[in-house]
Unconditional design. Structure first.
Lengths: 193, 171
């Protein structure tokens, strides 16, 4: 899919730029994009390195387990069919708590294990995912995290007076997004049954 | 307020690690190395998407699209400048970073558009990529109601983003 998106963006830019008489702007934007990438790259890489370091301390001091303990009761509500004390439940908790801490890299391996454990219990016919699997995927597409590290780093680099001021808004928005996703999930599933 | 949150998080995590007997410096280095590898991994995509995004902006096509749908997203009081971010966010994480950066340089990070874009970026994920990774790992192609649900979540997050910025940050 990215192949088409990439090509479409370049071609639209070229055609639109030439037709609307902005070709000089487009050509200088293309040439300068390498320079602006270099700047963006340094900012993003620096931010990722810093926050991965901090979050690695959090992970090693058992903060991931503490968060997993807090979310386990909530999980009963969101994924009621998930068997108590099963491997699937354990991996789901690990995945969510790593996501909350912003440890994207650490979240994926237990996430895939959770998916595999749920797939082995899946009773839906002809290659359809179970309700838990869908809910779990939706959980992972709504980024609920405490520290939006990359955004704050970019804000800081762009000269923001208060790079972290957006945090409460981010928390509220992501929880609302997740709730809406889960609601749609439930409604659609019921209407299919 | 954001300043305190950052100070408390960073110092709190280091102090908590120390209390729990973690070798905090070594743990930091280990995580930082991983972060550096992740960052290096996204550089090629970031370069490609910055090229597209800057060319599209310079061509005037983004602006034209913005004027076209302005009445629609104006109803939800979403700043028009954030439209490109809303479109690319579910599809490409690097593309979203490139767009966010261009919004910061044209409107400023503390403008209404800059703040709303920040909140949108922080409260949503690269939906299609995530779904591909997780369902791909178990060989499932029919994803049922996952995509409609996940996209509803993204749209809700984006609308609430502009709402919270207006209410909580006095824009």
């Amino acid at each position: 899919m990215m192949n088409y998106i990439f090509a479409a963006m370049i071609i639209i830019a070229a055609v639109w730029g030439i037709v609307s008489g902005n070709s000089a702007d487009v050509s200088s934007a293309m040439l300068e994009s390498g320079i602006s990438t270099a700047r963006l790259m340094l900012t993003v890489a620096g931010g990722m390195t810093l926050w991965s370091g901090i979050m690695s301390i959090a992970e090693k001091s058992g903060l991931t387990d503490i968060i997993a303990g807090i979310i386990r009761p909530l999980l009963r509500i969101i994924m009621p069919d998930l068997e108590k004390g099963s491997d699937a439940e354990k991996y789901v908790c690990m995945n969510i708590s790593a996501n909350i801490l912003g440890l994207g890299n650490a979240a994926t391996p237990p996430g895939i294990k959770a998916m595999k454990a749920m797939a082995s219990q899946n009773r839906c016919p002809d290659g359809r995912p179970s309700g838990e699997m869908v809910t779990f995927a939706v959980l992972n597409t709504a980024s609920v995290q405490i520290i939006p590290a990359t955004v704050m780093t970019l804000r800081s680099a762009a000269g923001s007076a208060d790079p972290g001021g957006i945090m409460p808004c981010v928390w509220i928005s992501s929880v609302c997004a997740l709730t809406a996703g889960l609601l749609v999930c439930n409604v659609l599933r019921r209407s299919n049954e | 307020m954001g300043g305190y949150l950052v100070i408390i998080t960073v110092s709190g995590i280091v102090a908590f690690g120390l209390v729990k007997g973690v070798k905090v410096f070594d743990a930091f280095l280990e995580g930082a190395r991983e972060g550096l590898y992740t960052a290096a991994g996204i550089i090629p995509a970031l370069t490609a998407l910055t090229l597209c995004v800057s060319a599209l902006r310079a061509s005037g096509a983004v602006e034209a699209l913005g004027q076209l749908v302005a009445p629609l997203i104006g109803m939800a009081h979403i700043p028009t400048e954030t439209l490109p971010l809303m479109l690319i966010r579910p599809v490409s994480g690097s593309g979203a970073l490139a767009v966010l950066q261009s919004i910061f340089s044209s409107c400023g990070p503390d403008s209404e558009a800059g703040r709303v874009a920040s909140v949108m970026m922080g409260s949503t994920e690269t939906t299609f990529y995530t779904i591909t990774v997780y369902f791909g790992s178990v060989g499932i192609k029919k994803t049922g109601c996952t995509i409609p649900a996940a996209l509803t979540a993204d749209l809700t997050g984006m609308i609430i983003a502009s709402l919270t910025v207006r209410l909580l940050m006095g824009n």
